[in-house]
Design a protein around this ligand. Structure first.
Ligand code: ATP
Ligand code: ZN
Length: 299
């Protein structure tokens, strides 16, 4: 296949989203070898290559049609979208789906001794952030006049260095904030990773692979927590037992040879099946229970 017809997906080279993105692509069936400091990994069994770049560059690469797809946080997508808007550029990337990894939130956090009483407490303050556009939007919406101090990193130490009064930064567990004597007071954006694509038309074969990849990603996400459960149940207790199966839509019911009063239930549970669930099922009359991991799912 010629070079032009290979799909290119940009992911973060080294950071929080790297392993999660590579793991996702591996689970979608992609085989590739990754050398140290390599900027591009060629897919060995699919016409799909991985570009390894800084996460902040991903929307631009998709915008400039260097990459067809990208995996990046909503925080970066939103910041870029606003900065393009400000520059009068029509954002040329389209969000295809959100992923269940890279969850974090963009928060306003204040030094422990700061008396915060709502957005108006930010009036006239200096706020350090790497997200000036999202923060700017938030301040505008709340009719607050504050000075945005744009930094490229180490935002959490800005108040101690006297560069800002408070910060607006990404948080997942909050441990970094606590370590820096900061308290979270507002969430201004909930974020998770997402797949974006160029809205420019691509060849039919590329389009077909985008579609197949998205179907596989969907399948991978669905099976993460899913379990396949098999059990025997008294016919008379069928309804009660169906109710106890966590997150299962329509289990398959099969007669049990030689036991007219019993059935076999097969069900996909969309949530983890815990010992407590099995104990309740047993109490309700279920027996011969088997819980299996689900490896792949395609709807
Ligand atoms: P790069 O060198 O690629 O620019 P970076 O330092 O900007 O890396 P990381 O800290 O690796 O980026 O974070 C990448 C993304 O991971 C963030 O943009 C965000 O979407 C997500 N993320 C999840 N949890 C957190 C967190 N606690 N702090 C920061 N980012 C997080
Ligand atoms: Zn970055």
């Amino acid at each position: 296949m010629d070079k032009q017809s290979r799909l290119k997906i940009a992911i973060q080279k080294s950071g929080r989203l790297t392993d999660l993105s590579l793991d996702l692509l591996t689970r979608c069936g992609l085989k590739f070898s990754r050398g140290k400091d390599q900027l591009i990994c060629h897919g060995e069994n699919m016409p799909l290559d991985i570009l390894l770049v800084r996460d902040d560059d991903i929307p631009d690469l998709v915008q400039q049609d260097v990459a067809d797809l990208g995996i990046v946080g909503l925080n970066v997508i939103e910041e870029k979208r606003l900065s393009f808007e400000k520059a009068g550029i029509q954002p040329l990337f389209e969000q295809l789906m959100t992923l269940d990894h890279g969850r974090c939130r963009l928060c306003i956090a204040v030094p422990d001794e700061f008396k915060y009483q709502g957005a108006q407490s930010l009036q006239g303050k200096r706020i350090a952030t790497t997200y000036p556009n999202i923060l700017g939007n938030y301040l505008k919406q709340n009719k607050v006049n504050a000075e945005i101090v744009t930094l490229s990193g180490a935002v959490e130490i800005a108040p101690r260095l006297g560069r800002a009064d408070l910060i607006c930064d990404l948080v997942s567990t909050g441990a970094t904030l606590t370590a820096n004597h900061l308290t979270e007071v507002e969430t201004i954006l909930e974020s998770q990773a997402a797949i974006i694509r160029t809205p420019l038309p691509v060849s039919d074969s590329k389009q077909d692979w985008i579609h197949r990849l998205l179907m596989r990603v969907d399948g991978v996400q669905q099976v993460r927590e899913s379990k396949y459960i098999l059990l025997h149940a008294p016919r008379a207790k069928l309804e009660q037992i169906k109710q106890l199966l966590p997150g299962s839509e329509s289990p398959t019911i099969i007669p049990l040879e030689g036991h007219p009063d019993k059935v076999v239930i097969h069900a996909v549970c969309r949530e983890n099946v815990f010992w407590e669930t099995l104990e309740s099922l047993k109490k309700a009359g279920a027996s011969s229970m088997l819980v299996l991991p689900v490896e792949k799912m395609l709807n």
